[in-house]
Design a protein around this ligand. Structure first.
Ligand SMILES: [Zn+2]
Length: 467
């Protein structure tokens, strides 16, 4: 079977046929950097990181463009509240996003353009739209430039809505100078004390939608393969992007992929709830790799209902895989990662990126591997261990990789190993003199420090426990 994805625009699963053979161009709507990210924001980063990795596994050369919206009403408002410059707010939060993507093991995009660096491209796109009769500068001299939604017959097709049923865009003060309240702002005329850039139609700043059309076209061309983002962006953001680009004569995205949202107790996360889900807070509950596993395991189009229990369950599932690989390498030595994944795993990912069925294949291999360990079947252990590593690697989750394994913090791991060894020797000595209370006290103290000791036929082994 071929690689296929659910295309929001076609409302069905379609075979993936790229515009250029062997290449895949992806545009992903990135952060509006008015606040640091919570896990709801980072979910799309993780989902599309897995898409990118899977396309690369399938032999495509991937170009991933993920933008940063660094100018926006919310950024300006935060800056005004804090009495700092808008760009201080944007810089600070962009760093927080970059750090969160890194912490969760998302590969950096090929290019990460910022809106304010692309004003000339936006002016050019507005000029094309005005020349073709799809946009107009407001005649009240405000400096606003609007897209004329009635001039473009495809408006509403992506989000499956009829124009008559849509409400006004409400994106500028009093809809100044609009011909139709549904016309949306390509460009917002300058207001006193706010940042603005010069255009042929007056000073102002970019509208959100225009940025993405201008930047995707600059880096990926007028037509590209996949446009991604969260489901909450379909309307108005993506509807407006596709209207701008197609009305200007570009082919734009061939496939639209949207990830589901993250809810908390059945509600979309509010800002106050979201604070407890900021990345630095989350990685005190579980390790970053366990958080990535949590965000990755559900199908990308499904809703994730957040709860601490669900998070810890995911961490425990990851630990089962990690525990097997750790024991496998203790018994069978270095576990080599083969370059190919099992067919059942590949078929699951080919079918609209089915990470959940793919992980079921991983867990089956782990169960078989644990049986092989119990039987002491070394070759089988190596083979299954390698298979598990290869599958987890494609998901960016290989526990023995440099990113997540001892390679990442080997210095610290060695130090802890030595300290735990000292404690375990004392525990062994206490047992030999039949002072079981002292032996148990040592084990309990280690557990309090987050080190869980397990007695195995090959002697005690330990692992970090959190949560
Ligand atoms: Zn966008």
């Amino acid at each position: 079977m071929s690689l296929r994805f659910y295309d929001t625009s076609a409302r069905q699963v379609r075979d993936f046929t790229p515009l250029r053979e062997g290449r895949a161009s992806l545009y992903l709507c990135g952060a509006t950097v008015q606040a640091p990210p919570h896990i709801g924001h980072i979910r799309s980063g993780v989902n599309f990181d897995i898409l990118r990795r899977w396309l690369e596994y399938r032999g495509y050369r991937v170009v991933l463009c993920r933008n940063v919206t660094d100018i926006d009403d919310k950024i300006i408002n935060v800056a005004a509240d804090e009495g700092v410059e808008w760009w201080e707010v944007a810089e600070r939060n962009q760093r927080a996003f970059t750090s969160a993507y890194d912490i969760l093991g998302c590969l950096p995009p090929t290019v990460e353009p910022r809106a304010t660096g692309h004003v000339p491209e936006m002016i050019e796109l507005m000029r094309r739209l005005i020349d073709r009769g799809h946009a107009y500068p407001a005649d009240d001299g405000s400096g606003d430039v609007y897209f004329d939604v009635r001039s473009y017959s495809g408006y509403g097709a992506l989000s499956n809505q009829r124009i008559e049923q849509m409400r006004g865009a409400c994106d500028t003060d009093d809809d100044r100078g609009k011909r139709d309240p549904r016309d949306f702002a390509l460009w917002k005329g300058a207001r006193p004390g706010e940042p603005s850039w010069e255009t042929p139609w007056g000073r102002g700043r970019p509208g959100w939608h225009l940025e993405c059309s201008a930047m995707s076209t600059k880096y990926l061309g007028g037509s590209f393969d996949v446009h991604g983002g969260g489901l909450d962006l379909v309307f108005p953001h993506h509807e407006n992007e596709v209207a701008q680009s197609k009305a200007a004569g570009d082919g734009f995205a061939q496939y639209w992929m949207h990830n589901g949202l993250l809810h908390m107790s059945g509600e979309k996360m509010s800002k106050s709830l979201g604070n407890s889900l900021l990345i630095p807070y989350m990685i005190r509950k579980v390790r970053p790799v366990e958080l990535r596993y949590f965000l990755a395991q559900a199908h990308y189009r499904s809703v994730i209902d957040y709860s601490d229990e669900a998070l810890y369950e995911a961490a425990a599932a990851y630990q089962r895989i990690e525990g097997f690989l750790t024991r496998a390498s203790e018994v069978a030595g270095t576990i080599e990662r083969p370059s190919e994944v099992p067919d059942a795993f590949a078929e699951a990912l080919d079918d609209d990126l089915g990470v959940s069925p793919a992980l079921a294949v991983v867990h089956n291999a782990v169960r078989e591997g644990n049986t092989a360990i119990a039987e002491g079947a070394k070759e089988r252990i190596s083979e299954l261990g390698g298979r598990v590593r290869a599958m987890m690697d494609v998901l960016g989750l290989d526990p023995l990789s440099e990113t997540w394994g001892s390679g990442g913090d080997s210095g610290l791991r060695d130090v802890v190993d030595a300290l735990v060894a000292v404690a375990l020797e004392q525990r062994q000595a206490a047992r030999q003199r039949k002072d079981y209370a002292a032996a148990d006290a040592i084990r309990d103290q280690l557990l309090t420090a987050g080190v869980a000791v397990e007695d195995t036929p090959r002697g005690p082994r330990w692992e970090l426990r959190r949560g």
